[in-house]
Design a protein around this ligand. Structure first.
Ligand SMILES: Cc1cc2nc3c(=O)[nH]c(=O)nc-3n(C[C@H](O)[C@H](O)[C@H](O)COP(=O)(O)O)c2cc1C
Length: 306
């Protein structure tokens, strides 16, 4: 029997695979479904302190190499979020990560306080979405001082709930941003959000494919950037990290852990392998451990730094 469990900021997960924010996690039932399919925990979509409209369809597009989305972080508001989290709790005992977002700095304090009342196991702070730049400007995750300030504001509001700050591959120096949020009190970081934005054109129609024209890039093309980000951050601080970006298989997840991730976020893989992907990745990780004589998966965290 392989011990697949990991501890993240004092919270025990039965295995390291968690649903990444914004993919499937719209209702309590869909979040619980991800755990039923084998994930060790789930992350909600980004929650705003007020209702927020997303972009018009088409909002997603994929090839074998990459996926692009400009969903635009739609949200029905905190009342609905509360209901869905309650529903998840009724159905499922696995840890829940509540992902929060805001337009202005003050929004983060407001939604952090609201989210804390919903009693998630971890709060993830999204300061790194690249597909709402028209509305919000450059993500805060590109600025050392703004990243630190938003972290302080959130930490003040959430009591002892651990906070992970979600970082952007667009930052010129992601390691410096990680250090700034950790120094400001973050308990962990999530690396990474989508890259870009990028642009894909339908040459037959002579028009961009996405209604928003541009979108954040995820999926296989993102993986080497995500692994390098996790590697750099772990080398600097050995902190808990949710490694996210392009994880499609169990081997990808093990790579992310060897770079330094404690938990591994899985998002776009759902579009490539269906909703059973969580259990399949866990099974593939288990098989790899058996073949390689690894009895505790947590022993792989940061292995290549040794
Ligand atoms: C359709 C879609 C919606 C997303 N929505 C959110 C979101 O609401 N909040 C967030 O922090 N990240 C969001 N993300 C980013 C993912 O959580 C993840 O960081 C990124 O896609 C890289 O991981 P992946 O390659 O496994 O998808 C979204 C990604 C996709 C593909």
């Amino acid at each position: 029997m392989i011990d697949l469990s990991v501890e993240f900021c004092g919270v025990k997960f039965q295995n390291p695979i968690v649903l990444a924010s914004g993919v499937l996690g719209v209702t309590g039932d869909s979040l619980a479904g991800v755990v039923r399919n084998g994930a060790g925990g789930a992350t909600t979509k980004s929650l705003w302190p007020y209702q927020h409209e997303g972009h018009k369809n088409p909002t997603m597009f994929g090839t074998e190499e990459y996926f692009m989305n400009a969903v635009g972080i739609p949200d029905a508001g905190p009342e609905k979020a509360r209901e869905e989290i309650l529903r998840y709790r009724e159905k499922c005992g696995a840890p829940l990560i509540a992902n929060i977002v805001g337009g202005k700095m003050e929004d983060y304090a407001e939604i952090a306080a609201m989210a804390a009342e919903m009693k998630p196991d971890v709060i993830e702070v999204n300061i790194s979405c690249p597909n709402v730049e028209d509305e919000l400007g450059k993500p805060m995750a590109c600025s050392v001082s703004k990243s630190a300030e938003v972290t302080r504001l959130v930490k003040e509001k959430v009591g002892d709930i651990p906070v992970t700050v979600k970082l952007s591959p667009n930052a010129p120096d992601i390691r410096a941003i990680a250090e700034s949020v950790l120094d400001a009190g973050a308990d962990a970081v999530t690396a990474i959000n989508t890259l870009g934005p990028g642009l894909a054109i339908d040459i037959d129609a002579g028009a961009p494919i996405l209604s928003n024209r541009v979108g954040g890039i995820s999926g296989p093309a993102l993986k080497p950037l995500a692994v390098k980000a996790v590697y750099d951050i772990y080398a600097a601080r050995k902190c808990p990290i949710i490694g996210t970006g392009g994880v499609i298989t169990g081997r990808d997840a093990i790579e992310m852990m060897m770079a330094g991730a404690t938990l591994v976020g899985v998002g776009t893989a759902v579009y490539y392998r269906g909703q059973e992907v969580f259990g399949e990745i866990v099974r593939e990780m288990n098989e790899w451990c058996v073949e390689n004589g690894v009895s505790k998966i947590s022993s792989l965290i940061g292995k290549i730094h040794a």
